[in-house]
Design a protein around this ligand. Structure first.
Ligand code: NAD
Ligand code: GLY
Length: 366
């Protein structure tokens, strides 16, 4: 598969009356037409944080100026540790204090943390107000802004309190990736890698050939990575919006990854770092169960490492990993279920004997 040098692309996500478009391109944030067709409202609110707002809120505000008479700014503290009730309440307090009614539009301007919290606030405020995702990290552009999962964390488990609530639109401006710290770019690449082994082997080959360009932030390569990731995610979500089956494959690497995140304390490892390492562990488990050849695990491990991501998990101990993974949302009647590779571009969700899982943890933590 070659890199198509696109300027702008639109990826539709087909969910009946909840269908929407994902707009992808450089400069969309400054372009008022990116927001054409959104509902009228007396008030809109931009939810962001002290890192992203100084970089991009004025540009978004400018693009919205002729559309909404009043645009509030709501800032949440930055970071995964603030994906919590307090941030949610900050949004509700600001909306209520400003007298915002149920037609108010929320714009989530930031990475996955802002998107998940603002989206959940939109799902709850006055029993639901419309919202738009304006993702500014690679991770958010290729994954979290798409598909309507919104949530906050609980001290006992990641993303445990939330709702399925679709945005009206996703506006992914590739130019915002220019300011992303290198560690965050790598974290986003983890979620790009993910789509290949589970759904599109050719995309994994493309990623392998274009990883250097992605790390150098080549716009055409980034555009292709975002577009293809969104197409694959839209394809999965359109078939299984509420994760009664197929959608769970998007959690490849997340069972081990979420255990790493909550086991270390939110924010210690980036979400994408935990997912990158978690994919290596899940691929290893697949090989130990005879589902894929060891060569596939080695290839994935090399790609994760080349993307700048850790390939060994922290030494939390086998029992602690198992305890944390039992809390995973895919668990059924106490059985941990993993997304495992089942051939090129194919994944299944199933349990695995604790002894095999223990061997993976012993081999893949340091
Ligand atoms: P993040 O939102 O914490 O953003 C990473 C950091 O980059 C933050 O410090 C942020 O302020 C900063 N930042 C954002 N945009 C920037 C820019 N353009 N320039 C400079 N700095 C910028 O982390 P993330 O990796 O974007 O998202 C991770 C979160 O997404 C996790 O909470 C994860 O659970 C969630 N997630 C949700 C879904 C979903 O389907 N809803 C899917 C995947 C991940
Ligand atoms: N990121 C996993 C999902 O959206 O289902």
């Amino acid at each position: 598969m070659s890199t198509t040098p696109i300027q702008h692309a639109t990826v539709p996500i087909d969910l009946g009356e909840r269908s929407y478009d994902i707009l992808i391109g450089a400069g969309l944030l400054d372009d008022p037409t990116s927001f054409d067709g959104l509902p009228d409202a007396a008030c809109a609110a931009i939810v962001s944080n002290p890192m992203v707002a100084p970089l991009y809120a004025a540009r978004l505000r400018g693009a919205l100026a002729n559309r909404y008479a009043r645009v509030l700014s709501i800032e949440l503290p930055d970071g995964e540790a603030h994906k919590d009730w307090a941030s949610l309440n900050t949004i509700f307090d600001a909306l209520l204090a400003a007298g915002c009614d149920r037609r108010t539009l929320l714009f989530a301007l930031g990475g996955g943390v802002i998107g998940d919290v603002a989206g959940f606030a939109a799902a709850c405020y006055m029993r639901g107000v419309p919202f738009v995702q304006v993702p500014t990290t690679l991770l958010a552009q290729v994954d979290s802004s798409v598909g309507g999962k919104t949530a906050i964390n609980h001290p006992l488990g990641k993303n445990m309190i939330g709702a399925f609530y679709q945005p009206l639109r996703v506006v992914a401006d590739l130019s915002t990736l220019d300011t992303l710290p290198p560690r965050e770019l790598s974290a986003g690449l983890a979620e790009v890698i993910k789509y290949g082994p589970i759904a599109d082997e050719a995309f994994l080959d493309w990623f392998d050939s274009n990883l250097d360009a992605l790390l150098a932030r080549d716009k055409a390569a980034l555009a292709h990575a975002v577009r293809r990731s969104c197409e694959l995610k839209a394809w999965v979500v359109a078939q299984d919006e509420r994760e009664s089956g197929l959608r769970a494959i998007l959690n490849f690497g997340h069972t081990f990854g979420h255990a790493i995140e909550s086991g270390l304390g939110y924010g210690e490892w980036l979400h994408g770092e935990a997912v990158g390492c978690g994919m290596v562990m899940a691929a290893d488990l697949s090989a130990r169960l005879g589902m894929v050849e060891a060569a596939r695990v080695d290839r994935l491990t090399r790609l994760v490492e080349r993307a700048g991501l850790p390939i060994h998990g922290p030494r939390l101990g086998v029992e602690r990993y198992l305890e944390l993974m039992r809390l995973d949302k895919k668990s059924q009647a106490g059985e941990i279920r993993f997304v495992l590779l089942d051939g090129p571009g194919r994944a299944v969700v199933r349990g695995a004997p604790d002894a095999h899982v223990a061997r993976v943890i012993e081999a893949r933590t340091a």
